[in-house]
Design a protein around this ligand. Structure first.
Ligand code: AVJ
Length: 351
């Protein structure tokens, strides 16, 4: 399949068909030899002061909302890993199968001595597929907002890949961050899997892709996982699994506010809601107040009406063309798109 976009032609490969002819990633930096000293510096704690400010602003708004990045405290990061193992949440399974099928082809475009930089690395489970396929990688820079998840993942990787310089960065990648010295002078491959980019509205997504391009350098390549538009029943089930793991993940945000910001949310007086917003092409998660209630948090008082929603997350879904356009707006061109088996997700190689 060939996608015509502007005057560039992009080859789209379905499933595990890796025989398609395509343009290779061009990375101009000179590859460097394999320094393999583990950067033992503990990851800095991600900026926290904004949590209170974001909670006050979000709960004071006419339409109450909170940024989804606050889901990922240690408990939330664990719950997310549990979501990935549910029957209904296909995103991780489809993407992992796809990556396993195309890892060798992706690896063939990675120069010797390159650094792999991952945004929102969490448990770094999918990363191992790339690391196994591309032993020429010299450094791995996982960036995650959860210092706990990052620490655990980095320890395991450093143990299992002794040749690799693992240099974790605890940071909110929507803010300012710098790459560690381990990535200096190396070709850089960005890795942004899991459809995390879907958490942002269009402007936010463009901004992040542009900032990644700036951080990695314009000669870098970026692998991005994107979830594709599909039937609403499949989508809704993925965000409202029958074991209730996603509901717990959603409500954990209130538990976190209680613990960290002296809140008094009665978590059981909120219901988990997952809905498909067709007009905006996104799944939404909300917490719905079961009654009229007053809640204190971060030194402020907030009133919820019965049935009032607190919007906690949007997960945008794309067609291949929609995402290629978005990436182009951020300065990237699409080299190749691989599409998984159903339920379909896509892996974009941008350059
Ligand atoms: C990790 C942001 C990609 O939006 O699908 C899973 C988070 N939320 N179930 C997503 C999530 C509910 C997930 N991302």
């Amino acid at each position: 399949m060939v996608l015509q976009h502007g005057n560039t032609r992009v080859h789209i490969v379905l499933d595990s068909n890796t025989t398609d002819v395509h343009s290779e990633i061009v990375i101009s930096s000179k590859p460097h030899g394999g320094a393999s000293i583990i950067d033992a510096a503990a990851p800095e704690t991600a900026a926290r002061g904004s949590f209170a400010a974001d909670v006050i602003a979000g709960l004071s708004a006419r339409r109450k909302q909170l940024p989804p990045k606050y889901f990922y405290d240690a408990v939330g990061s664990r719950l997310f890993e549990e979501i990935c193992r549910t029957q209904e949440y296909y995103v991780t399974r489809s993407e992992t199968n796809l990556l396993a099928n195309v890892a060798a082809e992706v690896a063939a475009g990675i120069p010797k001595g390159a650094a792999l930089v991952e945004l929102g690395s969490g448990a770094s489970a999918k990363t191992r597929l790339l690391l196994d396929a591309a032993p020429q990688l010299s450094a791995y820079v996982p960036i995650d907002i959860s210092a706990a998840a990052l620490h655990e993942a980095s320890g395991g990787l450093a143990r299992d890949y002794p040749q690799l310089n693992v240099a974790p960065v605890a940071a909110d990648f929507t803010g300012h961050y710098r790459l560690p010295a381990a990535a200096d002078g190396r070709a850089r491959i960005g890795f942004f899997p899991g459809s995390t980019v879907g958490n942002f509205d269009r402007d936010g997504a463009v901004r992040i892709l542009r900032s990644v391009r700036q951080v990695l350098g314009i000669h870098a390549a970026l692998l991005v996982g994107v979830d594709l538009i599909k039937d609403p029943a499949t989508l809704i089930a993925a965000y409202d699994d029958s074991l209730g793991v996603t509901a717990r993940f959603n409500k954990n945000l209130l538990t976190r506010i209680n613990r960290e910001l002296g809140g008094d949310f009665d978590v059981d007086s909120f219901d988990h809601l997952a809905l498909w917003n067709d007009a905006r092409s996104r799944m939404e998660m909300h917490l719905v107040s079961r009654k009229d209630q007053i809640v204190n948090a971060a030194g402020n008082t907030f009133a919820f009406r019965r049935g009032e929603r607190l919007h906690t997350e949007s997960s945008h879904k794309f067609t291949a063309v929609m995402f290629a356009r978005l990436a182009a707006e951020a300065g990237w061109s699409t080299n190749k798109i691989w599409i998984s088996e159903a339920p379909q997700v896509a892996l974009f190689r941008l350059g």
